[in-house]
Design a binder for this molecule. Sequence first.
Ligand code: ADP
Ligand code: MG
Length: 577
Amino acid sequence: MDGRLDPFKRIVGLARPELLPLAGATLALLGTAGLTLTYPQLVRLIVDGVGQGGGVNAVDQYAFQLLILFAVTSVLTAIRMYLFTIAGERIVTRLRQRLYASLIHQEIAFFDERRTGEMTNRLSADTTVVQNTATVNVSMFLRYTITTFGAIIILAWTSWRLTIVMLILVPIAVIGALFYGRRVRRLSRQVQDALATATEIADETLSGIRTVRAFSRETQETERYQDQISVSFELARKRARIDAIFGAIAAFAGYGAISGVLWYGGHLLVENALTMGELTSFLLYTFTVAFSIAALGRVWQDFMRAIGASERVFELLERSPRMTSGETVLPRLVGQVTLDDVDFSYPSRNDVQVLTGVSLTLKAGECVALVGPSGGGKSTIASLVSRFYDPDSGEVRVDGHSLPTLDANWYRSQIGVVAQDPILFATSIAENIRYGRPDATMDEVMDAARAANATEFVDGLPEGVMTHIGERGIRLSGGQRQRIAIARALLEDAPVLILDEATSALDAESEYLVQDALKKLMSGRTTLVIAHRLSTVKSADRILVINGGKVAQSGSHAQLMERHGLYAQLVERQLAH
Ligand code: ADP
Ligand code: MG
């Protein structure tokens, strides 16, 4: 994307504010690595002390020193783990905050093209991978590099001939282990993917249980889930087989290398080229080298995987929204809205032109109804007025200002929207009503609820307006949610109002209440109403018929009825969309 930076540099950039804990952790790490290299020397001294009859005192002393050394190693390990973890958690917290802020500011078209699950996954899983790269992986890489090279140098110094034998044998074992590790890992990922697919099936069918039940599809859905879960089982079985066979081979290769060192070391011992203690320490260093090389291989693989994840994270983090805000802020909109020869296609579906040459004007305070067949482009026009998208050509203006020149946040505060299926958040009803004006007083909230005819049912809830609406427990009907949404729009008190099928799917009783609330809401505002109820449409000042992305007809109800065109047909069919 824009200005590709080396992912490694960016990860380092993330870690920079944690320099102090990371430096402390690195010091502790260097300490443990050094001590790991020291303890075989003490073991050598103990063994040789016994062999040469050096007395019990010497053995006691060395053993005690060994104990101290392990104690210090443990303390340093605790310090290292704590500091690295804390630094890592801080890094990932900051990363998540920044990523979320970046996501939520992207233009609407960005969200059209992505699934929500994909984005939340970036926030949770990918950021964790980046955290590990920045801390744990770097620290392990350092540690094992030091122990590998340190141990080899000490070994060469003890006996260069034996070192050569070891350097031939150990890598063979390690390469075998790595090869099998890679295969197992690939299989593990496949198991995970198969499991994820099965989980998706469960997710979909459990949350859509009403549909499943209504069509009696329980048995088929159970089979579908079982099929998918068996796929994951088959893969797991394959993994278990490879695990068992390769695991045994790799272990044998490792022990074979040890046997080789012992065999050749035994010869050197007989030739008196090596002491007993030296051979013992040699073996311990061999373990260290083998373990460190294998660990380095794993760290390297993790690192490669992390680079991929971090690239995805940084791409989102550094993406600047394609839609930018202007700077003009006016005192308050008068409310004249104009679409001037607008062509539009959705960025996610470039090939389909949705609007062609649409021109229309809403005078300040006027109520204009959009009617027309489903898919004609009515909601799209509403989205352009909200500036969720910019037109491909032509212009949208309010009070003579082109939308891109206006401050976007300010402009949207001047537009109230009530949608067909309003989204309420899982918080109190009062908070939902306040959503567009967080500083509104409780009295103002109550007034808005009353004007929206919402008090009648809100008062019946356990905690009135403070009742929390969430996934469990309190569920509101469509009409009730719509009245909350109307209260929200009333409180926002915007001079321009968009109602997108705000009265659809209501029963007669709540329709009356909602209509009444809407009437209060519309008075004195410029209103764009998308409706399929004749009563709403008739009362509009002007009606525009939208068909196939064009304005097909316009005029008052009476004028349009006289023309026997599309509108008259729609009215005959009760405007059904
Ligand atoms: P109406 O509200 O009149 O029923 P819309 O404005 O919702 O019609 O849709 C007009 C056309 O644009 C339809 O063909 C629809 O498939 C398409 N469309 C609507 N929203 C999107 C979107 N977010 N991305 C891509 N295409 C869309
Ligand atoms: Mg629509």
